[in-house]
Design a protein around this ligand. Structure first.
Ligand code: SF4
Ligand code: SF4
Length: 490
């Protein structure tokens, strides 16, 4: 380990996971990511096979039970306790390795599209498709969705140099990026002086070259030989520069930067969860990022709303009032208004009020961006309460589903039970209350930092918005929800 020559700099944490025995070696190993991806690729293939050839009953098919009941609950828990491990082991990036070899163009993704607007659109499309096609109830359509994912990732990687699919399009990755800002791990460097002296910046540029090359770097502590060659590793696919990383946003945890760095200067540090939410410079002052965070919180609420009785009353009212016949249009309208339009209008309104009630005149964009991190914990709480519900109503059903997939009788009597309803309720309440308190504390801190003596009026619109979101979520989760994915639902 190198020592820091910069007294002000501190790595994001004291413990580097990559220096732990066994796990550290596995993760740093050249084929470490592949070793994690192959089991998930095998699982995806099995899901597709069962989706196309197995029973078309949602609760008895791997293609519906695994992703819609178990994976999502597991994914939010892992994000909270460990980090963005799903992107790290993502099977959809595997065919990209092949695509990279076929890549002819090597073009950058269009500059105008290098933002989160497409990702917002693809999240919206995924949620509307999920509801309109009842994906949770259709093994074959879920299998098609998995196939479409592989194709999209492959095509994007053939056409563009960077990992455009992960960074700008993938709805799952976007969800993981936003909520991995709460995670307790983060990429960082040990010594920024070493980075300054590093000639190749391999963490972002990679260490691949068609012919072997040798270079000498004058780094603090002496000269170091650096080798490039056909066995080299790629640099960061999402174009993050390791010494400048202050947030998990856009980090797929692929660890390519770790493998490419010739000076062993990159670590995966255990850090304070939500570190960047407290650190304003780490948060981009961009409309696309700010609205993505707010919309994701609102989409979590609308997604849960789609499973409770009032949604049917709303649909009937919309049909009666506007004469809408298309289910796509109906669902698109509910998600569009509740998940995109409303959070945008309310965020702008809160920003305008905050500016009007205080003397410090930050621009509207900066005001909204400053309060954006406060919507991460509560948004996550809403998703956790929702996905936790799905998981807990059928926590072990994957076992008889696998048994039946393998041609054996499924032991439904032993494994189809739901967790205690009081426990489910407690998990949901805890997720919402803790998320709300964390969010409020962040908003309060932002208001204190921005407005000092005007902190209370500056905070008020944002606190009310958070309170409204928490109450709306509490109301939705207090209603009877559809038991999707369990035998009770069919
Ligand atoms: S992290 Fe490694 S490769 Fe990147 S600039 Fe620093 S020393 Fe160079
Ligand atoms: S290469 Fe980029 S995306 Fe991968 S772990 Fe490093 S910083 Fe994250």
């Amino acid at each position: 380990m190198t020592s820091s020559h910069n007294d002000l700099y501190r790595p994001p944490g004291l413990l580097d996971v990559l220096r732990l025995p066994l796990i550290g070696r596995l993760l740093c190993w050249r084929w470490g990511r592949l070793a994690l991806q192959v089991p998930l690729l095998a699982a995806a293939v099995l899901l597709v096979i069962d989706g196309f050839t197995g029973p078309q009953l949602a609760a008895r098919n791997l293609a519906t039970v695994a992703p819609w009941v178990h994976f999502r609950g597991f994914a939010v828990l892992v994000l909270l306790l460990a980090g963005n491990l799903f992107c790290m082991a993502c099977p959809f990036t595997l065919p990209r390795t092949l695509a990279k070899r076929l890549s002819l163009g090597g073009r950058r993704f269009p500059r105008r599209l290098r933002n989160k607007w497409i990702a917002i659109a693809s999240l919206f499309l995924l949620f509307v498709t999920y509801e309109a096609l009842d994906l949770w109830a259709s093994p074959a359509l879920t299998a098609w969705l998995i196939v479409a994912y592989f194709v999209a990732s492959f095509v994007l990687e053939v056409v563009f140099t960077e990992s455009a699919f992960c960074k700008y399009i993938c709805p799952l990755g976007t969800f993981n990026f936003v909520y991995s800002t709460l995670s307790p791990t983060q990429i960082g460097v040990y010594d920024p002086d070493v980075c300054r002296a590093c000639a190749g910046k391999e963490c972002i540029n990679g260490s691949y070259s068609p012919t072997p090359l040798v270079r000498l770097d004058d780094i603090p502590g002496g000269q170091r030989e650096v080798r490039h060659g056909p066995q080299g590793t790629p640099g960061c696919g999402t174009l993050l520069f390791a010494p400048q990383i202050e947030s998990n946003l856009d980090c797929t945890m692929c660890l390519d930067c770790v493998r490419a760095c010739p000076h062993d200067n990159v670590g995966l540090f255990v850090r304070q969860p939500g570190r960047e939410l407290l650190h304003p410079p780490a948060w981009p002052k961009r409309w696309d990022v700010s609205l993505l965070v707010m919309m994701l919180a609102a989409l979590g609420l609308v997604n849960a709303f789609g499973m409770v009785p009032p949604v049917y009353e709303l649909q009937r009212a919309l049909i009666k009032t506007f004469g809408i016949q298309s289910e796509w249009l109906l669902i698109g309208l509910i998600f569009g208004v509740g998940g995109l339009l409303l959070p945008t209008v309310l965020a702008l309104l809160a920003g305008v009020l905050s500016r009007a009630l205080t003397r410090k005149k930050l621009s509207l964009r900066h005001t909204v961006a400053a309060f954006t991190p406060a919507f991460v914990p509560l948004g996550f709480g809403v998703w956790f309460a929702h996905y936790g519900f799905h998981f807990l109503i059928a926590p072990l059903t994957i076992i008889p589903v696998i048994q039946e997939f393998l041609g054996q009788p499924g032991d439904w009597a032993a494994f189809s039970g739901a967790a205690d309803s009081i426990l489910i309720g407690l998990v949901q309440v805890a997720a919402l209350v803790l998320g709300f308190l964390w969010s409020l504390a962040l908003a309060n801190r932002t208001a204190m930092r921005l407005y000092r003596r005007d902190a209370v009026p500056g905070l008020l619109p944002w606190a009310l918005l958070l309170l409204a979101l928490a109450f709306a979520a509490g109301y939705v989760f207090s209603l009877p929800m559809e038991m999707r994915g369990s035998l009770l639902m069919g």
